[in-house]
Design a protein around this ligand. Sequence first.
Ligand SMILES: *[C@@H]1O[C@H](CO)[C@@H](O)[C@H](O)[C@H]1NC(C)=O
Length: 297
Amino acid sequence: MPGNNQTVISEFLLLGLPIPPEHQHLFYALLLAMYLTTILGNLLIIVLIQLDSHLHTPMYLFLSNLSFSDLCFSSVTVPKFLQNMQSQVPSIPYAGCLTQLYFFFLFGDMESFLLVVMAYDRYVAICFPLHYTSIMNPKLCVWLVVLSWVLATFPAMLHTLLMARLSFCEDNVIPHFFCDISALLKLACSDTLTNEVFMFITGTLSIVIPFILITLSYARIVSSILKVPSTRVIHKVFSTCGSHLSVVSLFYGTIIGLYLCPSATTSAMKETYSLRNRDMKEALRRVFCKKKLISGV
Ligand SMILES: *[C@@H]1O[C@H](CO)[C@@H](O)[C@H](O)[C@H]1NC(C)=O
């Protein structure tokens, strides 16, 4: 439609979630509580891991990175949503929308790649216990984290640049609580084929491939247990992989089933899992009680 292109959209309206007006206050309080839990829980995990030298192992350093990404990921969308729930006109500037898009993909993909790195770490720990420290050396750990950041930057950048090319005409109403890429593509009045193809490709690369890699590494872990079934090994697998597996299933469960739900919900659940972990509880005790530990294990 030529002529329509003259209109320059300077802001979008975020309609939010379909919550009945009588439940708005309750929902706001719940969402705020969940968001604060996410932030405080993740901060606690990061601080604990930094303070306690027993937790300076690859698994916990990766977990700390995951907590950082998770903290940032929730902060991309939830604060703006909370603010919009309180305002008469729930708007977001055009630049704000693109910024949300960029950081949403950056931190979302970062979480996805870190989960793969953590699965690889567990695979090495269970299948090559004697070579674990030499394989997962500090250099490789830093390299894996940097690689995850770099890999997450590309799709985020390209999605944002491709979105910035599109023109938006009259319709600026997003039926969502954040600048969701598919909602934005529906509003655009220029050709969105490139964006959709790219969305399909990166969706595959950043969701399906990590999922396959995680499944493969757990398949190797399970087959190595089945070869030499011993209660000690099984116990070790459950105690070190249990929390990772819960986070992985939550992460993919969320993507598959609850795409429409606020991200803070799952994040809050994730913290519960991380903090329920025995090592984290002990670290908490050590940090707060300042007890000297005799054993070095
Ligand atoms: C992320 O992981 C790297 C490599 O293991 C580690 O050096 C760094 O301290 C971690 N960063 C955070 C914020 O936990």
